[in-house]
Design a protein around this ligand. Structure first.
Ligand code: NAI
Length: 211
């Protein structure tokens, strides 16, 4: 377990990709794979893969490679996917509804237990059996339910207020879609998702490749 400490962010950011590829391999009934084969599929070098996985324990055997299911299970555990997480979505507009409708998150163990919005026209509407509630009910809801992750999908002017409410209600993980840098206490984990940053990277690379 000591090995798990001081893992670089770069390694942590690669874990979801391992997880996704290993899941695909299992779906295709692949039982084992060498770091070389995995490297051809995933695009990291074989030595990078061995180094990454070595951070967490002794995976793989010389001459055998990795047992796909075992490695998948180990990476799931490292990521913390051995348990389920309760989430709430704040803001039931375009982004909030898209996330609520995306069934894959549930398969990974993320259960959206409520959606909140401030627009009276949306309150009471159901998305995949989850009723949109009035944002005024949020504090009370958080008092009565354990929520691990708050997903912020409101306009940026309201994001900090909503974030403060979530934290006051015991939420420790914030998945933030609003284009704003949230101010949070040290023990709160915020992961920002900014699609525009991704498209700007694409645009840069597109232009660079034309030169
Ligand atoms: P939208 O306008 O469709 O939905 C926002 C929803 O939040 C509305 O239903 C509104 O009634 C609700 N809302 C506003 N204030 C609220 C409050 N205090 N409490 C609860 N609900 C409240 O907007 P859209 O397109 O879904 O975008 C949502 C957020 O995500 C915005 O901040 C936007 O800038 C951001 N965004 C982020 C992207 C990304 O890549 N991370 C991409 C597109 C949008």
């Amino acid at each position: 377990m000591d090995k798990k400490k001081n893992i670089s962010m770069a390694v942590i950011k690669r874990l979801p990709k391992y997880h996704r590829y290993l899941s695909e391999l299992m779906k295709n009934d692949v039982d084992r794979i060498s770091s070389k084969e995995l490297s051809e599929k995933i695009g990291f070098t074989a030595s990078q893969i061995r180094q990454d996985l070595n951070c967490f324990g002794d995976f793989g055997q010389q001459g055998y490679g990795y047992n796909v299911r075992e490695l998948y299970n180990q990476i799931s555990n490292i990521l913390g996917l051995q348990k389920d997480y309760n989430t709430v979505i704040i803001g039931a507009g375009n982004i909030g509804q898209a996330i609520a409708n995306y069934g894959h998150f549930q398969k990974l163990g993320f259960n959206t237990i409520a959606i909140f919005d401030a627009n009276p026209k949306l309150i009471g509407i159901k998305i995949r059996d989850i009723e949109i509630k009035d944002i005024d009910e949020l504090d009370n809801f958080l008092e009565r339910n354990t929520v691990d992750i708050g997903i912020i999908c409101v306009p940026k002017v309201n994001a900090q207020k909503v974030c403060d409410q979530l934290i006051a209600g015991g939420v420790r993980g914030v998945w933030n879609f609003a284009p704003v840098d949230l101010v949070v206490p040290e023990n709160i984990i915020v992961e920002n998702v900014h699609l525009s940053e991704s498209i700007l990277t694409l645009i840069y690379l597109l232009n660079e490749s034309e030169q």
